[in-house]
Structures are given as structure tokens and as C-alpha cells.
Design a protein around this ligand. Structure first.
Ligand code: HEM
Length: 135
């Protein structure tokens, strides 16, 4: 992992701590593997298309810009506002938690610094809660 003098959230520190695009692709592929297999996530899995290859790539591109790296999502797919994009699905607290649990399991598989794992999950819990649109 690339070491930076800056704090997570500054410049591209988080993007580098996540291993750049290779690291983010790895992370999102593992996220979708947990989404496929975790029984608690079955309801959330049903919201996604059968083949999630493109979904994983779009999430990796989004995370790149969101973590201070290249704004690949905007370049490739255009603007996205995460909470309003997710209004097409009913996302309650248990769906939010299942999504975060799959992400936690995927993050745990990565060779990230423990402090970055914690930081990343704290950061992701903010948009996850903003995607919740039902109790
Ligand atoms: C809270 C629970 C969440 C649920 C249930 C959920 C569900 C979904 C679903 C069903 C899709 C469509 C996938 C597809 O058609 O390929 C999607 C796409 C996406 N989600 Fe989420 N999501 C959640 C949280 C988040 C969070 C926290 C983020 C950002 C950090 C996020 C970022 C994205 C992105 C970037 C896409 C791809 C958009 C596109 O199709 O171009 N999601 N999500």
C-alpha cells in the first residue's frame, strides 16, 4: 500500500490507501461475492441485476472519485447523487445494514491498514444511511 503523509480524507490519501483502482476493483468484486452468498443480504441481492459485473465496476469508479482519486464515475457515466439514485428501491434499516455488512466483510478481506478499514466503514455508513428511504 502506498504510504502518505496526509490524513485519510485529504488529497488522494484514501484512494491510495485503498490500493488505487486495482484495490477498489478487488474490494467491489468481493463485496458482490458476499452480497451473493450472505443469507441476510438476500433481500438486497434481489434488487440487483443477475450479473453484477458492471455494478461492481460502477461502484469501483464511484469510490475512486469519492476517496479523492480520479473522478471515473463522472467521466464514464455522468453525474450521480447517491441518495436520490437509490430512491427507485425501498431501502429500510435492515437493507442498509445488510449492504454495510457485505462491505465490512469485503473490507476485512483487504490488506488495508486497520485504521483505514475503520475510517472507510465510518465514511460509508454516512451515504448508506442517506440511501435509507424507509424504516
Ligand atoms: C444502503 C444500502 C444500499 C443498497 C440497498 C443499494 C442498492 C443498489 C442497487 C440495487 C444498485 C443497482 C445496481 C445495478 O443496477 O447495477 C446500486 C447501484 C449503485 N450504488 Fe448502491 N446501494 C446501497 C448503498 C450504496 C452506497 C452507500 C453507495 C456509495 C457509497 C452506493 C453506490 C452505488 C453506485 C455508485 C451504484 C451504481 C450506479 C449506476 O448504476 O450507475 N450504494 N445500489
Amino acid at each position: 500500500m502506498t504510504v502518505s503523509r496526509h490524513r485519510y480524507g485529504e488529497y488522494d490519501t484514501s484512494y491510495l490507501a485503498a490500493g488505487g483502482m486495482d484495490g477498489l476493483r478487488h474490494l467491489t468484486e468481493q463485496f458482490y461475492q458476499f452480497l451473493d452468498t450472505l443469507p441476510e443480504a438476500a433481500g438486497v441481492r434481489a434488487m440487483y441485476p443477475e450479473d453484477t459485473t458492471e455494478s461492481a465496476e460502477r461502484l469501483a469508479c464511484f469510490l475512486s472519485g469519492w476517496l479523492g482519486g480520479p473522478a471515473l464515475y463522472r467521466e464514464k457515466y455522468g453525474e450521480i447523487v447517491i441518495p436520490s439514485f437509490h430512491r427507485q428501491w425501498t431501502i429500510d434499516a435492515s437493507a442498509r445494514d445488510a449492504w454495510l455488512q457485505c462491505m465490512q466483510l469485503a473490507v476485512d478481506q483487504q490488506s488495508y491498514a486497520p485504521a483505514f478499514k475503520q475510517y472507510l466503514m465510518e465514511q460509508l455508513s454516512v451515504p448508506a444511511e442517506r440511501c435509507r428511504n424507509s424504516r
